[in-house]
Design a protein around this ligand. Sequence first.
Ligand SMILES: Cc1cc2nc3c(=O)[nH]c(=O)nc-3n(C[C@H](O)[C@H](O)[C@H](O)COP(=O)(O)OP(=O)(O)OC[C@H]3O[C@@H](n4cnc5c(N)ncnc54)[C@H](O)[C@@H]3O)c2cc1C
Ligand code: SF4
Length: 329
Amino acid sequence: MRPFRYEETDDADSAVRLLTREPDGAYLAGGTNLVDLMKLGVARPDVLVDVRRLTSSTIDDLPDGGLRVGAAVTHSRLAADLRVRRLYPMLAQAVLAGASGQLRNIATCGGNLVQRTRCVYFQDVTTPCNKREPGSGCAAVEGYHRDLAILGASEHCVATHPSDMAVALTAADAVVRVRGTDGERAIPFGAFHRLPGETPERDTNLAHGELITAIDLPRLPVAARSGYRKIRDRASYAFALVSAAVALHVEDDVVRAVRIGLGGVAHRPWRAHRAEEMLLGGPATDEAFRAAAEAELAEARPLPGNAFKVPLARNVVVGMLNELAEDQR
Ligand SMILES: Cc1cc2nc3c(=O)[nH]c(=O)nc-3n(C[C@H](O)[C@H](O)[C@H](O)COP(=O)(O)OP(=O)(O)OC[C@H]3O[C@@H](n4cnc5c(N)ncnc54)[C@H](O)[C@@H]3O)c2cc1C
Ligand code: SF4
């Protein structure tokens, strides 16, 4: 590992000012992703600014009935919170589907949103990778791409976003609160992560130095009728091949509200807006569920090694919609 400086500050504003002055510096929270990448030589920060004690580690009620999750809340704490389990079961299930108990005890919610892709070429500094080294090429397209994207990819990068939590957050209409040198701003979840386009090195729309302070979960009654399913190569300790966070409210066999997030399929957590629009106000039938999932996946452009993800994603979404509808009959 290369030498680096470690800095602690007294408050979040000082941390923001400090990192903004350090173009090659990075925030450090639980370190479960960043330190691994430093050991591999993929991340090479010259300064680490510790933020774990500078952002909230509590989950607070919002006036509208939603919740504010501090950036330093650990995954264990988030998944154990009774309000999260009752109001957003898909979120608690998504977090429990990730990593391991030990990792969840230290991994923070803020750090989870900014974790990097698990594309094997990104993690191997001997291979070309446009995300790690812009302009060097993409080894994945002609190589091993079983894990990689089927939606929204570009010729420059076909990586997927690895977070389970973020899939549930996109379905929950979450908002990310960030602090920069000009004060605070709120980023709707759909505008937080990016598609690769021509700049795959940028995963998010955070400016350098901006600090995630909290994640707001708005009051969303449909989220109380939700679940998360993750398909992976091993039962634990593996990232998603495909995952889905689905919330559904059915009354008189009509879809009154629906939210669908997909994981393992794109460079960012994928919100299935097209499927949701088709379902809303229509019949809660297997046929309608299947047509909506197929419409969402119509723009999928898989590579030969990951074409199986298209029917897999369709089946996961349809299966979950049917199960949630059945529970409400
Ligand atoms: C073996 C293993 C298996 C895993 N399995 C899964 C899984 O199945 N599903 C899943 O979702 N995740 C999984 N993870 C990822 C894990 O959940 C993340 O590494 C963790 O959530 C990152 O949080 P952290 O606090 O450790 O972040 P760090 O490693 O400290 O930081 C990660 C990134 O976030 C930035 N950052 C941290 N805090 C802030 C902030 N407040 N504002 C702005 N930037 C910030 C850092 O600069 C860094 O770039 C796994 C990790 C490991 C090591
Ligand atoms: S898919 Fe993206 S992360 Fe993977 S090698 Fe290609 S450019 Fe790098």
